[in-house]
Ligand binder design. Structure first.
Ligand code: CO
Ligand code: CO
Length: 323
């Protein structure tokens, strides 16, 4: 979910375990004492030219919110907007095929969908997952003393802009596509081998700083990030140093700025990179310090990346950025 307005409070039903009050990643509705539905919807305009790759990114991005809540995706419905006569049936087929291949990886069944004629292509999925009501991963429950981890590099906004401007190297293009088409499934499974994180979300449209602020605000804590520990995609640092951001990155920084306490020596380009909007980003989560060694071992064993980027301190709620 990415809401910049205050939606109406929908319901007081006690089975609504996660509604729209805490800006969490998905809604959760309890079915029985040991099973709850996780529901989320996301769709995107094309981030890459290749229709099959775009379909993969759209699917991985839509599934991510289920993993971010600790859930397992079960079914999906496709959302598709296609400019009639602009995209060929083959291209539309490739988009859907790309999405299907990612749903298959997630063992998530496609049950149907809906398409409309629109000026700009858009694609995504409404995804339903399952989670045990006692093992929901919220974004608002980080605890003082926890460590903060991230499972994928940031910087996709700046790199995608360079790709669209025809200024990205092959390595930059391949890395950003690999990042965006990687499911958060393996990261979520690695976390589960250790137990529930104290809080979890995924890094998407509001960028690392924006989603960290949601965590800080939700739990009333200060989140400290060491900028030098934050992983960035190949080329992102150099593009940031030249200030070549999409306009959304600066808007993201403006939005989070009142809640930031950054060391003065950290330049505006570094902060803007940290605020850069991410598409299909990694899991951002907190764990108790005593679980850190086991957690890092679980990720090493699964051969998936994990980056320790900060920790949680007592409030007032803010995001502190150290060099
Ligand atoms: Co979302
Ligand atoms: Co999310």
């Amino acid at each position: 979910m990415a809401l910049s307005f205050v939606p109406p409070r929908l319901t007081l039903d006690p089975d609504v375990l996660v509604g729209n009050e805490t800006h969490d990643d998905a809604g959760i509705y309890r079915l029985t004492a040991d099973q709850a539905l996780v529901q989320t919807v996301d769709f995107l305009t094309p981030v890459v030219d290749d229709p099959e790759l775009f379909g993969k990114v759209a699917a991985a991005n839509s599934l991510s919110d289920v993993y971010a809540m600790g859930g397992v995706p079960v079914t999906a419905l496709n959302l598709l907007a296609v400019p009639e006569g602009v995209l060929s049936p083959q291209e539309v087929g490739a988009m859907l095929q790309g999405g299907q291949s990612i749903l298959d990886q997630a063992s998530c069944r496609l049950l149907g969908g809906h398409s409309i004629d629109d000026n700009e292509p858009k694609m995504g999925y409404a995804v339903t997952g399952l989670v045990h009501p006692d093992h929901i991963w919220r974004n608002s429950t980080a605890q003082v003393g926890n460590l903060l981890y991230l499972s994928k590099p940031i910087g996709s906004g700046v790199v995608i802009k360079a790709v669209k401007d025809g200024e990205a190297s092959q390595e930059m293009t391949q890395s950003v596509i690999a990042m965006m088409t990687t499911l958060n499934q393996a990261a979520s499974e690695a976390i589960k081998t250790v137990g529930d994180p104290t809080a979890c979300t995924d890094v998407t449209g509001f960028g690392l700083l924006g989603h960290s602020w949601e965590m800080a605000e939700g739990a009333g804590v200060a989140i400290t990030i060491e900028a030098s520990r934050v992983p960035v995609l190949p080329g992102a640092r150099e593009l940031a140093d030249q200030g070549r951001f999409p306009s959304g990155s600066r808007r993201n920084l403006d939005y989070v700025r009142p809640h930031l306490d950054a060391e003065p020596k950290i330049g505006v380009n570094t902060l803007t990179l940290l605020a850069d909007a991410v598409t299909s980003g990694g899991l951002l989560f907190t764990v108790k310090q005593e679980n850190a060694a086991l957690l890092e071992a679980a990720f090493r064993q699964s051969k998936i990346p994990l980056y320790w980027i900060g920790w949680v301190e007592e409030g007032p709620p803010l995001v502190r950025v150290l060099a």
